[in-house]
Design a protein around this ligand. Sequence first.
Ligand SMILES: *Cc1c(COP(=O)(O)O)cnc(C)c1O
Length: 374
Amino acid sequence: MTDRIKAFLRDRRPEGPCLVIDLEVVRENYLRFERAMPDSRIFYAVKANPAPEILSLLASLGSNFDCASVQEIDMALAAGASADRISFGNTIKKERDVAAAYQRGVRLFAVDCEAEVDKVARQAPGARVFCRILCEGEGAEWALSKKFGCEPEMAIDVLEHAHRAGLTAYGVSFHVGSQQKNPHAWDSALASAADIFRTLFERGIELKMVNLGGGFATRYLEDIPGEATYGEAINGAIRTHFGNRLPETIIEPGRGMVGNAGVIKSEVILISQKAKDDIRWVYLDIGKFNGLAETMDEAIRYPILSEREGDAVPCVLAGPTCDSVDVLYEKKPYPLPITLEIGDELLIAGTGAYTTTYSAVAFNGFPPLASYVI
Ligand SMILES: *Cc1c(COP(=O)(O)O)cnc(C)c1O
């Protein structure tokens, strides 16, 4: 919660729930990543928060961009990034979108199977491709399942296939799971990546790049490792597994770049109980469908600030829609001041990432989350 955000909310009094982003915090985060990992190029994961002001700031600081769609590519271009600073990092692309990206000058693509390689080979001849490998995601608060990537064994075939199809087999990528609080989580994936490099080298294909993905945590209620701690652990693991043949590396921070830069202002609509002496239910004007989707399974627990004093009592916290899944914290109730009243403002911190982008278009008539970048 920065003074600039406090002052903005005090002076502007925006109506309704909204996210306020402090660009100064984004700038500091970028510079910290740059210092912690000076040998890695930074590709901001646009999906975390694609506000044009954020993209322009990062473009001006020299950032590159990890994009998942042609729309995101166009946003990065509009923000001033040239096409050679853009990676089409989604392993699931329509063939015509590969063509559209190529036509815009993008030459770096993610793949995780031969069918995807064939699309890229047809529509983006000669482009660089990197193959994503599966990663356990253990220790991450927002794990990424098996949807993306293939077994390391298979990645060897996929990259060899790309080479034969006239593409540049460029490297290996993985993602250790979002909000990954263990800085050593990169180690085993780096070991697999080094194996793939060695095997392909023996077959005459020289890979160049390891894409270390995102996963860098933002601070919610618990302490997290700083960028420098991640940097030391990851750079150590790279040296362990690659020796003195160090690959180029890139990182793709999303949450770690913008999470702590944002605060959501919300309002208490109702406080009630289901029976006498039962737990309090607190209903907000923001919920799972207009910004707080990451409370799914209560995975992400945001710091919630009230101006009220007094003892905290456990409350069930719920959103405003008529869908019964629109409950934020129930299994593990959230402590809020006993003095909290209907109409009070609550500030939800650490909400700069994955809020506006997860906000549905007017489900139940609730508008998508408004956002102000200051
Ligand atoms: C979402 C995503 C990221 C960003 O992940 P964070 O955990 O938010 O840092 C990076 N790379 C890829 C390919 C992604 O899909």
